[in-house]
Design a protein around this ligand. Structure first.
Ligand code: DC
Length: 230
């Protein structure tokens, strides 16, 4: 069977990573969560006080980029790769609401984007990859054989994210999560460099009313069609 590149883009908390992980497992492909890379850079900026509420020293972050080493290491117990920042597993730290509140600002910085895009293209050069993010089908792999764009209402997404955070014991309100979802949508779609747009040849999936299994089998059918003609 021919190996292809699968690009999954869309708004935050649309279940991109759930779908990408299911596909990667089924097809024995590599899965790359590019949001984790932007989150790790935001976490680094936060830890070093380059970014706070109402403060962001972009220049010092740009100057520090050569000191930021990002790496995915596969965890066979979990069945997916975890994010390492300068050799430290930061998988938990990058998923907090605090990092979520800074990450879109960090992802607006062109120098950050070009560093990460280069690394992502290197990871995907042999195909057999499922990559999720915001600009995968438009910038990272414009020639990807299959492009999926995922959407769902802001309220549905906020509820999913709120449930996840609650399960982890993160004490945030639904209103705070909804506000963060709406703010990130705005920044992600309005930034100058690589704004979140749907690629012309992407297939849009609104999963507000689809469960994970229905969504997975619909996308798997698309994969099989594409692989046949690739
Ligand atoms: O998918 P996520 O919510 O973990 O992504 C975190 C942030 O990173 C999101 O607000 C936008 C940014 N991002 C991006 O700009 N480009 C990507 N390819 C992936 C994420």
């Amino acid at each position: 069977m021919k190996n292809i590149t699968i690009a999954i883009d869309g708004f935050s908390s649309t279940g991109k990573s759930t779908l990408a992980k299911q596909l990667a497992k089924e097809l024995a492909y590599v899965y790359v969560d590019t949001g984790a890379m932007y989150r790790a850079v935001a976490f680094y900026a936060m830890k070093n006080n380059f970014i706070k509420v109402d403060f962001f020293d972009k220049k010092v972050l740009i100057d520090s980029l050569p000191n930021i080493q990002l790496e995915f290491r596969f965890n066979s117990d979990l069945g997916f790769a975890e994010m390492y920042l300068n050799g430290e597993n930061v998988e938990k730290q990058i998923r907090t609401i605090e990092v979520s509140s800074f990450v879109s600002k960090v992802a607006e910085v062109s120098e950050v984007r070009s560093k990460l895009v280069e690394q992502q293209q290197e990871m995907g050069k042999n195909k057999a990859i499922v990559m999720d993010g915001r600009d995968i089908g438009t910038v990272v792999f414009p020639d990807a054989e299959l492009k999926i764009f995922m959407t769902a209402s802001a309220e549905t997404r906020a509820q999913r994210r709120f449930d996840e955070l609650q399960q982890k014991g993160d004490n945030v309100s639904y209103e705070e999560v909804l506000k963060n979802v709406i703010e990130r949508d705005h920044i992600d779609t309005h930034r100058e460099d690589s704004p979140l747009v749907i690629a012309e040849d992407a297939i849009e999936i609104d999963n507000s009313y689809l469960n994970k299994e229905e969504q997975f089998s619909a996308v798997l059918e698309l994969v099989n069609e594409v692989v046949k003609t690739a």
